[in-house]
Design a protein around this ligand. Sequence first.
Ligand SMILES: [Cu+2]
Length: 579
Amino acid sequence: MQKHRSSNVHWVVLPGLVVAGSSVGQVAPDDAAAIIDQIIDNAGHYVAPVGDCPPIIPGEPSAIGDWEQLPVFTNTGVVHAAVLTNAKVIWWSGDLVGGAVSGLWNPSNDDMSIQNMLGVDQFCAHHVFLPNGQLFTVGGGGGGPPGLVDCLVFDNDTETWSHKDNMAFGRWYPTAMAIGDGRVLVFSGDFGPVQQVEIYDPEIDNWSILPQTANKLLQLFPSMHLLPDGKAFYTGTRWNGGQGWGGATTALLDLETNTWKDVGNHVIGDRSEGMSVLLPEKEAGAEPWRVLVAGGYANGNQQDSAEIIDMSQPDTGWKLIDDMNFPRNNANGVILPDGNVVFCTGIEGFKWDHNRIDTHEAELFDPTTNTWTVMDAMVHPGQYHSISLLLPDGRVVKTGGQDGGPVVYDIEIYSPPYLFRGPRPEITSAPETIGWGTQFAIDTDQADKIQMVSVVRMSSISHHTNSDQRYLSLEFSQQDSNTLIAKAPGHGNIAPPGPYYLTVVDDCGVPSVSKIVLIGPADACYADFNADGAQNVLDFIAFQNAWKAGDQSADCDADGAFNVLDFVCFQAAFQAGCP
Ligand SMILES: [Cu+2]
């Protein structure tokens, strides 16, 4: 079984090897020999340095990354968490620990604060980001079923929560999922569970119920992902309350017809408490159609198994891939800006068992090879309710959890191997908002070294359920030594409107600190005056009609007058064209 990144490393040329900034030829011969011995002894356990990239030393942070425990503790219990667009981290556990309050942590200075959640107990809620970058929570309720109808948003500027429209159904343990037009679907919840699917429109602050044909008995916290064709995929992992509901078949909801179609069962049936990830495709411009489910609990056994389905050919079904190196019930899978996925946390045993075994080691999943590599180990258990999220600086924060073990307030930070592989490229400038399908400039002094431009959607997690998380590798070209021109994702089904980490990754695999951007509809292009997506004579007719009517939109030169200069102006805009 392939557990490591590369198996065919042949060392011939020593001068190309650089250790801590100096070539092997410059270190003492004994040291050089030791390094070479280590390399030969461990051949197959690392990737050879390429060009001037530092070597990857087995067992060292350059190969396995590094977990670090912070000297601070969470200011409240943690079951739910999100990184906000101001790079602060918000978390809460509702009445489980601490009551209806959230805590904010500023990773840059470890400032902590507490916010009132308006008396709404958000234990067992779910959450997604809205197109404007605000965190939106649905349902929950520590009192158990039937759960709350309440929905809240968090305002980063005032650091306060406020109410939004209520859902029709109380939803305890629901899953929310953002879709391509900026609306939010909510599935399941309650102990029934609720079969009705509701949809929220943030522009008018209104929930409505999808037609009855969209009803489906999903399990609690069903894992859902939006596919590039706009369909909502139930990937079969979910919460398990021990009721023996049985394994639901994975299924696809078509939002145009409001009907479900079965996709088939996992190879390992009844996989509850696993983690589901819409897989990164590292090839620039590739659409994310593959889904990974890993770990969990099936047929009474904790799972180290993992399966993938390619939803561009759903008839091919779920297929087992290599097992993880450890069983992981309640794992957290976190997409990194280089397109790999770090799996951490998880236990061996059912979530409420007091004699469970904690899995402390992280492992890295490479979606190009579908292989797992053991990484550094964390100190504290990552049990049921624990959370892990990507920070804008490329590190991963892990904390929280309880049940079957102590409440964890300790914060641990994982620095993936890419942070030990040489200097980081830097984004010196990029747009704050990026329109679908547009081209945009990224300023970086390392433009000639950049191998990848990626966006990772900012997301939130609870109960190992993260519907929003996704990664896209963007097509790009180098304009000059300081500028890249990247092509934004084409539409909302690939990149639902909302906040993303924009990152450049260099030829040593080292990512920049990410810039937080909003991706969404492109600004209307003036030359496409009738907004039909095409530039032709109809735009001139529409412009002329607006001009005749004295419509503000036809005051092209914005001088307050309607005259021939507006036609000159429009002709120039038309010739310049739309992106
Ligand atoms: Cu729970």
